[in-house]
Design a protein around this ligand. Structure first.
Ligand code: ZN
Length: 207
């Protein structure tokens, strides 16, 4: 580096680096004033890495390489999971983000108020499985809350794909059963005004 002129020494770069590396190094701009190096994740304005931006980078890269028809979900693996058929069908609808939540029904049919049956906030899929305080409370003793990091805004498909990346089939199956069970509780509350005791939910959902 030429410290007086704040620029790269082309002669030294050419002497020590191959063409590809040289091009990458030349892209790095040198600050006008000397300062310490810092790590900065360019996909977030804060400069901090987040799972969401890392995942989207990976997803975009895959889509670029494999074309628009590429779907991130490993459906082969999904259909082979050892889970009851009703859970599988539910999960397929959940991944596609088309469950008839309060918000969906209000949007499509103008019926109802779109509110969550447990807390009255707008009921989206993300709300009922991830953000609803009631659901978070009853699932806290399980490790489900670890799978949904609060603040991460992954779509259901993105969430499932990232789980497919990190979890084995048994854990994936348990996760889907737990989601299905929450949806069952939600339906019981909506249609029968019946809310199960919390202690009954947890063992059933994860066993
Ligand atoms: Zn709620």
């Amino acid at each position: 580096m030429d410290l007086d002129n704040r620029s790269w020494r082309q002669d030294l770069l050419q002497a020590y680096f191959c063409v590809e590396d040289l091009k990458q190094i030349q892209k790095i701009s040198i600050p006008r004033q000397p300062c310490n190096d810092e790590r900065f994740w360019s996909l977030e304005t804060t400069g901090d890495y987040s799972v969401k931006s890392g995942y989207r980078l990976w997803k975009n890269k895959n889509e670029e390489e494999l074309g628009e028809l590429y779907t991130l979900v490993n459906w082969d693996r999904f259909w082979k999971l050892n889970i009851p058929l009703k859970v599988r069908l539910f999960a397929w609808i959940w991944i596609r983000d088309i469950l008839p939540t309060g918000n969906q029904i209000l949007d499509r049919t103008q019926r109802g108020n779109g509110g969550c049956p447990f807390c009255d906030l707008p009921e989206t899929q993300k709300h009922i499985f991830q953000d609803c305080e009631w659901v978070r409370r009853v699932t806290r003793p399980t490790d489900m809350h670890l799978l949904f990091e609060k603040g991460e805004e992954l779509t259901c498909e993105e969430c499932f794909c990232s789980l497919q990346e990190t979890e084995n089939d048994e854990k994936l199956g348990k996760f889907l059963v737990a989601l299905w069970f929450i949806w069952e509780q939600r339906n019981n509350q909506v249609w029968n005004k019946r809310k199960l005791e919390e202690w009954k939910i947890i063992p059933k959902a994860v066993e």
